[in-house]
Design a protein around this ligand. Structure first.
Ligand code: NAD
Ligand code: GLY
Length: 354
């Protein structure tokens, strides 16, 4: 049983196929694998679990693979170079397809390599973390970190398809599942109050990995993301709402050192800070804090000095001129991007987190 959502981008439209049992040949990917050969990019945790299960989905294609070292600390130009070296060594050409098998780190690196190799080759996302299934595999943002800032180097490059086998979540550690729930909560907070309320009612089921609840959360998250991306593919405006909590979150990741806090954990604490910076009734800030805590995520940031916060947030991609911009909430389910925030309140929040 699978469900398909379309990311509607004209000639660059593509399907997100969601279901159980899609690996091990449960879904034929050949339609999306241009040419005869492909390179599967994975890592040393995911490849032993799922590479063999992916091969039957690519039957009839010549498949090469590379397993990168696992970890956010390896989301770098040096690691991407290894993928490019592999493509050159296998004499890949413009008809080669890159298949990303793993979480957001693998997907972002593989997608960026696909954007760059020979000025762009096709790629397919096979996300295996909840976070990648609901967020990073959809929408075409690819890239790597720079020592001075998160995701500073990258390109927009849409995949040909996203294949989500929800069974891969069976092997995902609890902490990673919670990190993925941060991005799920994000969609409720920014664009769907009804979904937010559903999450409040079902958070325990999600953490218990109830497959029906997880499938619903993944589908609704992908629908929200597909709708926003279709409206604003290159983040000229509305797409920035998908960065709710990320200005603070990316600063946390950068200041802590990549890999210390998981991306989803940093975003979780960042969403609470963004809600506190919004002109939102206390009761709604409390609802968000309670849901994030129930998801097993941090609601307070780590200790960071105000100078470090501001230096890290100054590298945020939403900065215009030298002006910080934040994603704020009018209401739960109703978000906007603004350079007009309460500066004294920001100082207070950063001071409290020093
Ligand atoms: P990740 O890729 O590091 O994966 C988390 C961990 O889970 C890793 O150790 C990985 O090897 C392991 N893993 C993956 N699938 C598994 C499975 N099925 N079973 C067992 N272990 C498994 O982290 P992530 O949370 O998936 O992604 C975070 C990254 O995504 C960050 O770099 C973030 O910046 C990026 N991101 C990108 C976008 C985008 O739009 N491109 C959006 C959100 C996040
Ligand atoms: N995760 C933010 C975006 O895709 O725009």
């Amino acid at each position: 049983m699978s469900n398909t959502i379309t990311v509607d981008l004209g000639e660059r439209s593509y399907p997100i196929i969601i279901g159980s049992g899609l690996l091990s040949g449960g879904f034929d990917l050949s339609e999306y694998v241009r040419g005869g050969d492909c390179l599967v990019v994975s890592n040393d945790t995911v490849a032993p679990l799922y590479l063999d299960k992916l091969l039957p989905n690519l039957e009839g294609r010549s498949v090469d693979s590379i397993a990168l070292t696992d970890g956010e600390a390896y989301k770098s130009l040096d690691t991407m170079q290894l993928v490019l070296d592999k493509l050159v060594a296998m004499r890949a050409n413009r008809d080669t397809t890159i298949v990303a098998l793993g979480g957001g780190v693998v997907g972002d690196i593989a997608g960026f390599a696909a954007a760059c190799y020979m000025r762009g080759v096709n790629f397919v996302q096979v996300p295996t973390t909840l976070l990648a299934q609901v967020d990073s595999s959809v929408g075409g943002k690819t890239g790597v970190n720079h020592p001075q800032g998160k995701n500073l180097i990258g390109a927009f490059h849409q995949p040909q398809a996203v294949l989500i086998d929800t069974d891969t979540l069976d092997t995902l550690p609890d902490r990673e599942l919670s990190a993925g729930l941060a991005e799920v909560v994000k969609y409720g907070a920014i664009c769907d109050a009804g979904f937010f309320a559903w999450l409040e009612d079902n958070i325990a089921e999600l953490r218990a990995r109830n497959p029906v609840a997880l499938a619903h959360a993944i589908r609704r998250s992908c629908e929200c993301k597909a709708e926003v991306v279709a409206e604003d593919e290159r983040e000229a405006g509305r797409r920035a709402i998908l960065n709710f909590g990320h200005t603070f979150g990316h600063a946390i990741e950068h200041c802590q050192g990549y890999g210390e806090w998981l991306h989803g954990e940093a975003v979780a604490a960042g969403m609470v800070m963004a809600a506190q910076l919004s002109n939102l009734p206390d009761v709604d800030v409390e609802r968000l804090r309670a849901l994030i805590a129930a998801a097993g995520l941090p609601i307070e940031p780590p200790a960071i000095s105000s100078e470090d916060w501001l230096a890290a947030m100054g590298m945020d991609k939403k900065v215009q001129g030298k002006q910080l911009r934040f994603v704020l909430l009018h209401d739960i389910g109703d978000s906007f991007v603004s350079a007009e925030y309460d500066a004294a309140r920001l100082d207070e929040l950063l001071g409290a987190a020093a």
